[in-house]
Design a protein around this ligand. Structure first.
Ligand code: GDP
Length: 454
């Protein structure tokens, strides 16, 4: 799921890399590519329109973070907007104050309701609940026995009348088993009697939306007053998803959406549209036929997955956290004028290292998978030594490394527990790097360098 969308979005954002500043034309071009990517992924048109308009607006606006370059800023904006259309915060299941909590499942036939009932039961059991599955899909042949099978696999009890027998209603009144409303009610009684704390009510679906289906689901709803009604949506159905979701919203109503079959290779637009169109959050995601292929839906993680940016987003957040604007501006100015000192270098290095071990930071970059060997050679201990050497210098030496003559080098080496050649290497490399950075600074138009040229 989302593979081609992911490819196209990352492609659009990649084009921005290395740009020092984004022109309105750059932003328009990127917005166009994002729009195409979403449309191609089957995202509903009104959702695409809103999304792209917000991205453009924000990218053009003054929302400039000094910690990030323009490309990173756009990645951040796209990510935030993706999280937004996926629902923002993770929405947790609401439990009733007095058990049993009643969760009703609704959706088209084949959307994955029965499978979901088992997944949800297993998940709830893992959280210490005792769920009871209630078989109210009495239409689809085999639905009851299918629920019994998934219930058994999930280690959860199933309340399912055998066809042709009657189940005891409240007060022992016999009820006919072909009436799902009565089965649902009897299920609640059973849960109360046997102290199950969550009731999961599986209902019948049809291949398409029809009035009878909606009527029956609404009747079950009225009979059991669910705490949650989960609309189960097959993420593979494409554009139809929106119409189906709207029909269930109007016919039955629901408090949350469960996306199923996220493991499929469809384009995934349904997933991206349903929250925005129905205004109801996605609560769970199912991504396979096994009961374990199931989890709470986290909008932020899903957005990260769609953007396919590894942990680059985490990196962006961390950069913003440790970033000291004044310090960085000063460093940029000094780089441009060739005034950078070892003191500045130490400060910058320490700021970067606040974000964690260097190997980890590099590992968060996309494509890091192929850089494993190189990463293995990045050794934090080497950086510790560099830090120790600089710390062994006097303030005067850090500010003006040119005064570091042979006798000073010997003293620094002894003081920081390294060899003289390591000190030599550091100082020589520093001069080289400073020269190179000043040249680059002039090319990139850093503030100090511009002034120098003026
Ligand atoms: P129901 O008619 O809504 O109860 O749907 P079912 O639970 O019977 O599911 C229909 C089919 O979809 C079954 O073959 C399930 O094994 C399959 N299925 C359900 N959820 C998933 C999922 O997340 N991924 C995949 N690949 N298949 C699923």
């Amino acid at each position: 799921m989302f593979e081609s969308l992911s490819d196209r979005l990352t492609g659009a954002l990649k084009d921005l890399r290395g740009k020092g500043r984004l022109s309105p034309a750059d932003i328009d071009a990127t917005a166009r590519q994002i729009r195409l990517a979403l449309l191609e992924a089957d995202v509903a048109l009104p959702v695409v329109r809103g999304f792209v308009a917000r991205i453009k607006e924000r990218a053009k606006g003054a929302e400039v973070s000094a910690a990030l370059n323009p490309a990173q800023q756009v990645v951040k904006i796209v990510n935030e907007e993706l999280v937004g259309i996926l629902g923002g915060q993770t929405r947790r299941l609401q439990f009733a104050k007095t058990p049993p909590t009643v969760i009703m499942l609704a959706g088209l036939q084949g959307s994955g309701k029965t499978t979901l009932a088992g997944k949800l039961a297993l998940w709830l059991r893992e959280q210490g609940h005792t769920p009871l599955l209630v078989a109210c899909d009495l239409q689809r042949p085999g639905a009851v026995s299918q629920l019994q099978i998934v219930g058994e696999r999930a280690g959860a009890a199933v309340f399912a009348p055998h066809p042709g027998t009657s189940v005891g209603g409240a007060g022992g009144v016999p009820i006919t088993v072909d009436d799902p409303v009565l089965v649902a009610r009897a299920g609640i009684d059973e849960a109360r009697r046997k102290q199950y704390d969550v009731l999961i009510v599986d209902t019948a679906g049809r291949l398409g939306i029809d009035a009878e289906l909606m009527g029956q689901a609404a009747a079950i709803r009225d009979a059991v007053s669910p705490d949650e009604i989960l609309f189960v949506l097959d993420a593979m159905v494409g554009q139809d998803a929106v119409a189906t979701a709207e029909a269930f919203r109007d016919g039955v109503g629901f408090t949350g959406v469960v996306l199923t079959k996220l493991d499929g290779d469809a384009r995934g637009g349904a997933a991206l549209s349903v929250r925005e169109v129905t205004g109801t959050p996605i609560m769970f995601a199912s991504s396979g036929e096994k009961l374990e292929d199931f989890d709470v839906f986290h909008p932020d993680r899903m957005a990260g997955r769609i953007l396919g940016m590894g942990d680059v987003l985490t990196l962006i957040e961390q950069a913003e956290q440790v970033y000291d604007e004044q310090q960085a501006e000063e460093a940029a100015r000094k780089i441009g004028t060739g005034e950078l000192t070892l003191e500045d270098f130490l400060e910058q290095m320490m700021a970067i290292r606040k974000m964690g071990p260097i190997g980890n930071l590099l590992g968060m970059l996309p494509g890091a998978g192929q850089m494993k060997e190189a990463l293995a050679q990045v050794d934090d201990r080497q950086l510790d030594r560099v830090q120790a050497i600089i710390r062994g210098m006097t303030p005067a030496e850090r500010a003006n490394p040119k005064i570091i003559n042979a006798s000073r080098r010997l003293r620094i080496a002894n003081g920081s527990g390294v060899s003289v050649s390591e000190v030599n290497q550091l100082v020589d490399r520093f001069f080289e790097a400073r020269k190179m950075m000043a040249q680059m600074g002039r090319q990139m138009g850093l503030p100090g360098a511009r002034r120098n040229n003026a």
